[in-house]
Design a protein around this ligand. Structure first.
Ligand SMILES: Nc1nc2c(ncn2[C@@H]2O[C@H](COP(=O)(O)OP(=O)(O)OP(=O)(O)O)[C@@H](O)[C@H]2O)c(=O)[nH]1
Ligand SMILES: [Mg+2]
Length: 199
């Protein structure tokens, strides 16, 4: 996959705009401000393909990025943003429920968790949901750069223990640490998905 051949196909704000075309999808999920859009940019080596902001709640649409015709990278809107209006929360639920409801094209969810703060109540709910529905996922522990060595190890062990047997991949969008590993997880998931489809 040529990661330089990437473009935004659609920012879906409505359920009927969600793409289901048989091509596999890799989704970035997590609470608002955890770093989903930043992770996407870092992995693709782009500054601002996906929009990043210091104010939470930036991504309010489901953004589908066509990666070299091989898969879609999907930047989901974050949850747990307290200052959203009720109408906005309803719109979020409607869109993300619809997204996860039909998950046959979903090869993998990268479930992002802030390594500094640890999993929130909503993160735990999301992880339980992915398990129950049987959607394949891994946990990506973000903002690694914010922690010193001792706290990295401590928080990583706690997170690994909590989400076991799901693997945890430490990552920083700022420094790029862990990016190669997460990229290979994506490549492997796309390959495995295509192999299964073709078998
Ligand atoms: N230090 C540090 N800051 C990060 C990292 N990743 C993201 N940030 C910062 O966190 C803030 C939120 O990042 P986004 O990528 O917009 O987060 P998001 O998960 O897409 O948020 P929503 O679109 O609201 O759901 C921005 O100020 C980023 O610069 C990281 O690895 N390290
Ligand atoms: Mg975002």
């Amino acid at each position: 996959m040529n990661k330089h051949n990437v473009s935004l196909t659609i920012s879906a704000g409505r359920r009927d705009q969600l793409i289901r075309d048989g091509r596999c999808q890799i989704a970035f999920s997590g609470r608002s401000n955890v770093g989903k859009s930043s992770a996407l940019n870092r992995l693709l080596g782009r500054k601002s393909l996906a929009r990043v902001s210091s104010s939470p709640g930036k991504t309010v649409t489901v953004n589908f990025f066509d990666l070299d015709g091989a898969c879609y990278l999907v930047d989901l809107p974050g949850y747990g943003f307290a200052r959203r209006s009720e109408a906005e929360k309803r719109a979020w639920s409607s869109l993300t429920d619809a997204y996860f409801c039909r998950h046959e094209d979903l090869a993998l969810v990268l479930q992002l968790v802030d390594l500094k703060t640890g999993p929130s109540k909503d993160d735990r709910m999301m992880i339980s949901f992915l398990r129950e529905v049987g959607i394949p996922f891994v946990v990506v522990a973000t903002k690694l750069d914010k922690l010193n060595k001792t706290n990295r190890e401590k928080n990583l062990s706690a997170l690994e223990e909590e989400v076991f047997p799901t693997p945890v991949f430490p990552f920083s969008s700022l420094s790029g640490e862990g990016a190669d590993r997460v990229w290979s997880i994506i490549e492997n998931a796309v390959e495995a998905f295509s192999a299964e489809r073709n078998s």
